[in-house]
Design a protein around this ligand. Sequence first.
Ligand code: UDP
Length: 478
Amino acid sequence: MNRKPHVAVLPNLGLGHLIPQLEFAKRLVVHHGIHVSLLLITTNEPSPAQDQLLSSSHLPPDLHIVPLPPVEVDKKIINDGDVLVLTRLCVITDHSLRSLKSVLIALGKPNALVTDIFATQAFDVCKELLIPTYVYVTTSAAFSAFMLYLPKLDSDVNCEFIDLPEPIQVPGCSPIRTHDLLDQARNRKIDEYKWLLHHFSRLPLASGIFVNSWKDLEPVSIKSIKENPFFKQIPTPPIHPIGPIIKQEETLSVVDVECLKWLDKQPPDSVIFVTFGSGGTLSFEQQTELAWGLELSQQRFIWVVRKPTDSTGAGTFFNAGEANENDPKVYLPEGFLDRTQGVGFVVSSWAPQVTILGHHSTGGFLSHCGWNSVLESIVHGVPLVTWPLYAEQRMNSTMLVEDIGVAIKPKMEAGQQTIVGRKEIERVVRMVMEGEEGKVIRSRVKELKESATKALDSSGSSYESLSCVANYWKTNHN
Ligand code: UDP
């Protein structure tokens, strides 16, 4: 009989959730002697990117993947542009978790369950089975504070949050400008907002909140959640900053190897890597401006090009990483590939991001600011140009530029609400790669790289945070 404590980890759909939670599960097994079942939400639609991630990962012996029975999803829901991404995700999760109780019983009732924030139905099931339930937040401590504050904001404010005259003041944290609010909180009448509020309101039910961040990165937000009277009064469960937990391994395709060979030949810190997360897309017009901006900057680049869309920017979220009918030539300005040959390397749909960011030739990252991308960049000491698209990325972008000081943000041109022009792109790319401001943020990100390594080593703050909970599980399981 396995005498180790048994913990179930329940990530959500989407690589941005699965990647860090899989790494979290591995750390529990490898560093803390826990036996983990990773419960996978699945649907009848294949997910090649997810399958590839799991089949290529080296799973330690005490980490078991347990797929939940697949949810039959109507293809119409997946492809219906009117049903927004978060709603789709929450509806699928809701269906999937109907099997959670029987799965947990079949697993012999784990000693604890760690759930994704958008799967808080797990609280009810686990309460019935007397299983303590924790939440794993795949984003920042600042956003965790916002999550905890949202129910209060919702009850205090009558109008739309974006119409508020002042920034939103989460107690003890940096103010959030209303235009940085995530899309789901810009219209309180839509289903996406209702799901958001529903799940965030349930955070206080957790036995603890793991957050993928660390003390030196977000000292103010972490301190506030731990000490501010507002959060104490909720009451807020113990918060455990355990990051940065990032992807550790990547399998390389033939194209990836080719791309890395090209990177090997470039001078140190000379290449800017451009990609927009697992599913981000640009409009045709914006993609054209980006192409021109990169070309005008005369900097070396690797650019992951996807088929442009004019929808939400979260374009390929549900089929992330798939090489769709994507031939970059079709979507790029005429002659771009010829003119940038040798200076730039364009790949279609997906690139091995962590390997590229860890390469000594990479010196900048133009990113949509998904939290995993942010952490991967900081861990490898790479300064960013921020290009937020969806979810909480505008908040991340502002924090990186104004609070943490590791990024530059392009400005919209006067009168332009949505498009960043080629001249501005040229300016920020040059600035991060060779300008004075670039030097300042590069040196700051190198400091944080050191502090990330320290946080995770066996006497570091994040290691100790996780150790503390793991030891509690060890001494309290039967
Ligand atoms: N990613 C990658 N190659 C790409 C784009 C993304 O490997 O071309 C990975 C990236 O390393 C990160 C994840 O996909 O681990 C994206 O997560 P993030 O939180 O940054 O954004 P999301 O996709 O959730 O918006």
